[in-house]
Design a protein around this ligand. Structure first.
Ligand code: KG4
Ligand code: ZN
Length: 335
């Protein structure tokens, strides 16, 4: 049961060939970071254009590198939602064209579901578990009761955690994406500035990061001279404290002591360090994927695609990408 997986929801063109019996046969990824960096964020039209330009040569390269014959795939997995609609259109059309040509089924995957199952590529997790998804577009907490059975517990009311990293990096003139560079600078700085921890005291599991971003902007304006490393460390400390506190609150509320932390921001070194410490202390089973699997990739889409295909669920050839279908609803519809 071999799948080709296609992921184009944001600024990474990613393809993978995956065999659940043997593991990854190959995966390839082309980041558009350089294209978007001058703008401090992803420009949707440029993203779609880059996907269109790169996806076919990328498949050729993947087939060449692996020596794999595309005729041997059993189905095509692809990200149906959520994402930048023009970018999704490229991946979905590509997936359809291959499925039609080879006469194989199409299997839709939710991008966040892909992130959740990225940890399964390393080792399976027992159900139920909590999933904290922290990426450029999302900051959500879910209770995962089984494949396709996702219960939304809380999410951001404004900016996503990764988005706040990207916006703060833009203010500091650090380019895009902001996460990795702030992560690196923060390690050389001290968290000397007192920044807000939005909603940390609220009883619910929601997040808010836009006020924190504004607080950083005001701080930069107020301080005549500062070390960018100290701003980075202070900002990062605030984000990490909020994320860890809400994850612990979710454990407390549900009584589920298994936590999966995924998405681009889960690559953050400080977040990993603090989570490891508190989870060990509280006897919580913690799973964070390798940083390479934290950020967008197609292997995670392949894994979720295999799980769906095993359950006999496929999509018709006239399926259309959707910009923002909630994960809970997607799970109900496609499982
Ligand atoms: O999951 P992802 O690759 O794409 C989306 O689905 O959004 O996440 C990208 C986000 C960006 O906002 C990026 O700045 C952030 O993840 N990110 C990080 C780190 N690496 C990537 N944030 C904090 N620390 C990192 N090391
Ligand atoms: Zn993502």
């Amino acid at each position: 049961m071999i799948t080709l997986a296609v992921e184009t929801s944001c600024d990474e063109t990613a393809l993978a060939i995956y065999d659940p019996e043997k593991g990854p046969i190959g995966d390839i990824l082309l980041s558009q970071a350089k294209v978007h960096s001058p703008f401090g964020g992803v420009v949707p039209e440029l993203s779609a254009r880059e996907h269109t330009r790169n996806i076919l040569p990328l498949l050729d390269r993947l087939l060449e590198e692996t020596g794999f014959n595309l005729q041997n795939i059993d189905f095509v997995s692809f990200t149906l939602t959520p994402g930048l609609i023009l970018s999704l259109v490229v991946g979905v059309s590509f997936a359809k064209a291959i499925a039609y040509n080879l006469g194989v089924p199409l299997v839709p995957v939710h991008h966040l579901e892909g992130h959740i199952y990225s940890v399964f590529l390393e080792r399976e997790v027992g159900y139920p578990f909590l999933a904290l998804i922290v990426s450029g577009g999302h900051t959500d907490l879910f209770l995962v009761e089984g494949f396709g059975r996702y219960r939304f517990l809380g999410g951001t009311l404004d900016d996503a955690a990764g988005e706040s990293y990207d916006k703060v990096a833009k203010m500091l003139g650090l380019g895009y994406p902001g996460g990795p560079v702030i992560d690196k600078l923060a390690r050389e700085g001290k968290p000397i500035y007192d920044l807000p921890r939005p909603l940390i005291e609220s009883g619910d599991l929601n997040f808010s990061f836009s006020g924190l971003k504004t607080a950083v902007m005001n701080l930069i304006r107020k301080e005549k001279s500062y070390r960018v490393e100290d701003i980075a460390a202070s900002f990062q400390e605030a984000v990490v404290e909020v994320l860890v506190s809400k994850a612990l609150k979710a454990v407390e509320k549900t009584g589920v002591k298994r936590l999966v932390v995924v998405g681009g921001v889960s690559a953050n070194s400080r977040l990993r360090e603090v989570l490891r410490e508190v989870c060990e202390d509280k006897g919580i089973e913690l799973r964070i994927p390798h940083p390479k699997l934290s950020t967008d990739n197609a292997l995670m889409i392949a894994y979720a695609g295999v799980e769906r295909f095993k359950r006999g669920v496929t999509a018709p050839l006239d399926v259309n990408p959707e910009p923002n279908t909630p994960l809970e609803e997607f799970g109900r519809l496609w499982t």
